[in-house]
Design a protein around this ligand. Structure first.
Ligand SMILES: [Zn+2]
Ligand SMILES: [Zn+2]
Length: 258
């Protein structure tokens, strides 16, 4: 019996066995395709809410800045920036990475507990790295003007503002996202699941909506910031620098709730 057969009932093993057979994953186009598909899929439900928002007061109740409206021009502007960054920068870099990548992959999938622990560790590391990067790019005015101001173009967040950022900001965040699973020696499947979780949480933080099931309501003791937390950063600039969790802002006195 092979090691793969012995664990065939585990859902992660079934998923991993299926992924290893997909030739698309070995294509140099896959990172850009994957990144754009996941990102736009997470944005799509919020884009639908933005379209319906002007007609349905029920949706407006959940909007963090109800007076703000997302127009087609705003969405188009963000989409152009996202496509420019992916086509001109992410794609060439992913081709270089693809050329030097390891062609072997482990036959066994990780167990669920390891995946959850590793994703949480990657998120905490990413949160710390982005907090430091973010504070630096707000405190040094040249860095703010040159690299971070583009992300602050809109003072009310909506899902497509998540990756509406300069090339340097996008490359910095991509570097942290790639670095952390390597530092923690994560399984490639965990790396992929971390990437998806990270994009989902980033889009949720920029969604501009606050629902009863939003992540910050599910995490106890106010440890998680979420959409309201990050929307306030876009509105007031000098508060809530961490992307997800609240401990760094609490420690440095930059945490604000309203
Ligand atoms: Zn900022
Ligand atoms: Zn933001």
């Amino acid at each position: 019996m092979t090691s793969s057969n012995s664990t065939q009932l585990l859902p992660l093993q079934i998923l991993w066995d299926w992924l290893r057979q997909q030739s698309l994953l070995r294509s140099p186009f896959f990172p850009v395709f994957f990144s754009l598909t996941i990102y736009l899929s997470f944005c799509l439900p919020y884009i639908c809410l933005d379209i319906l928002c002007s007609q349905l007061t029920l949706i407006q109740r959940f909007k963090i800045q109800p007076q703000s409206q997302v127009t087609w021009g705003m969405a188009q502007n963000c989409l152009c920036t996202i496509l420019r960054n992916h086509v001109c920068f992410i794609f060439p870099l992913s081709v270089v990475h693809w050329y030097f990548r390891s062609t072997s992959s482990p036959p066994l999938a990780p167990d669920m507990l390891t995946v959850v622990k590793d994703i949480l560790a990657c998120l905490l590391l990413f949160d710390t790295q982005y907090f430091l990067w973010h504070v630096l790019h707000h405190k040094v005015s040249w860095l703010y003007r040159r690299f971070h101001r583009e992300h602050h173009f809109y003072r009310a967040t909506f899902s497509l503002t998540t990756e509406n950022s300069s090339v340097w900001e996008m490359l910095s965040l991509s570097f942290f996202t790639k670095l952390n699973p390597s530092l923690l020696d994560c399984h490639p499947l965990t790396e992929m699941l971390f990437y998806i979780t990270n994009i989902y949480l980033s889009v949720e933080a920029h969604s501009g909506y606050e629902f009863p099931w939003s992540p910050h309501r599910l995490v106890p003791f106010g440890l998680y910031g979420g959409a309201q937390h990050h929307d306030l950063h876009h509105l007031k600039f000098k508060v809530n620098y961490a992307p997800y969790f609240t401990h760094w802002d609490r420690l440095f006195g930059t945490l604000k709730h309203d």
